[in-house]
Ligand binder design. Structure first.
Ligand code: KDG
Ligand code: MG
Length: 402
């Protein structure tokens, strides 16, 4: 089965998405997500200018060989642009192979390990009261796990809080908007937030929280310790993870579980974190981690150390990524949880899909392949719009992590 054509589709049904579509001589096609929020066109160019010419004529069934060819063959390894491009090829080829076998992808990955994929929603509000109400809304929708993000008193914006609550979209401006951050204000407010959530809703639901890389290791240790009474499912990205051994310091101070990985690209980014059991959940997902082929290796490494998965699933991961991630989630033994930020109706229409949400679980559906397609005609109606993620400064004007 030869690859005869491939193209990149950039569309903005409410937000930007980059999708690779690969066509074979047997009339089958597959798609893969290549979206890199705020840097979309760099991946589109990497695919169009440097990868697609090398794909034409290759055997679409040789997924691992093509992965190795693109990874080793570029000479320049790793990085978000390279790995998102490779991921798109890999996902599209798995989609094709599963369609060729007339099976949902999870069957090719070993079959189901569970009935459904537990997801967490992203409850957010501009202040404590609004956030408490939003948590209640997710409980009413049937979620068993809820990530809680709130505006911090004294700061006029922060990660995770949006006007359109159900469809959080941080890439909000055609040049990066500037947020102001205070670690002191955040650290004094956050335990109060979780105290109130537990007081109002009890301890039945799993609660999560995203620190979004904003603390030093010792500050993260302090936060984790101060949240122990509220029994969080995880504390996410407590500190930047370029220096993996920094997590040893957090571990010395708290038993609050730790999740990281949404900005990682390869197994080498989490090797030490996993092997030293410095984390509990690895949050890499299909598009930014070299596709299904590479993610399987990461999950297998994690399995050895009792680290579970927690795939990133924000709005900038397209339905093509979500579909592939769900097949992956349902088929691996050490699945933990899947993030699920809902896409807008416009996005769902451009990407018709077989996955569905019921009672706090997502189900990949039984359509052959990843179960997601792209409506190219509709996609054309939504041209690309430049959009950047915000940047963050401390109150004195110094740059901080967003
Ligand atoms: O593009 C960046 C977003 O995906 C990220 O800010 C969302 O942290 C995030 C999350 O956990 O969903
Ligand atoms: Mg996050």
């Amino acid at each position: 089965m030869k690859i005869v054509d491939a193209k990149v589709i950039v569309t903005c049904p409410g937000r930007n998405f980059v999708t690779l579509k690969i066509q074979t001589d047997q009339g089958l096609h597959g798609i893969g997500d290549a979206t890199l929020n705020g840097r979309e066109l760099s991946v589109a160019s990497y695919l169009t200018d440097h990868i697609i010419p090398c794909l034409i004529g290759r055997d679409a069934s040789q997924i691992e060989d093509i992965w190795q060819y693109l990874y080793r063959g570029a000479y320049w390894r790793r990085g978000p642009v390279t790995m998102s491009a490779i991921a798109a090829v890999d996902t599209a080829l798995w989609d094709i192979k599963a369609k060729f076998c007339n099976q949902p992808l999870y069957q090719l990955l070993g079959g189901k390990c569970r009935d459904g994929v537990m997801v967490y929603g992203h409850a957010n509000g501009s202040d404590l009261e609004e956030t408490l109400d939003e948590v209640g809304r997710y409980i009413e929708m049937g979620y068993h796990a809820i990530r809680v993000q709130s505006g911090v008193p004294g700061l006029n914006s922060t990660y995770g809080v949006s006007k359109n609550k159900m469809y959080y979209e941080p890439a909000d401006a055609n040049l990066p908007s500037e947020n102001i951050w205070s670690t002191e204000k955040y650290l004094s407010f956050t335990p109060r937030l979780f105290d109130k959530v537990r007081e109002r809703y009890g301890f039945d639901k799993r609660l999560l929280h995203d620190v979004h890389h904003r603390l030093t290791p010792i500050e993260a240790g302090r936060l984790g310790k101060s949240l122990e009474d509220y029994q969080l499912f995880w504390m996410e990205d407590p500190t930047p993870a370029e220096n993996q051994q920094a997590f040893r310091l957090i571990r010395q101070h708290t038993t609050t579980p730790i999740a990281v990985g949404e900005v990682f690209n390869t197994i080498y980014d989490c090797q030490q974190l996993i092997q030293e059991q410095l984390i509990d959940y690895i949050r890499m997902t299909v598009v930014h981690s070299g596709g299904i082929s590479h993610l399987r290796k990461i999950a297998s490494l994690a399995e050895l150390y009792q680290v579970r998965t927690g795939s990133h699933g924000a709005t900038d991961l397209s339905p093509a990524c979500m579909g592939a991630a769900l097949h992956f989630d349902i088929s691996i033994p050490n699945f933990g949880i899947q993030e699920y930020m809902r896409h807008t109706q416009e996005t769902d229409e451009v990407f018709p899909h077989s996955y569905s949400f019921k009672n706090g679980y997502l189900y990949p559906g039984d359509a052959p392949g990843i179960g997601v397609d792209i409506d190219e005609n509709l996609a054309k109606k939504y041209p690309y719009k430049p959009a950047y993620l915000p940047v963050n400064r401390l109150e004195d004007g110094s740059m901080h992590n967003w």
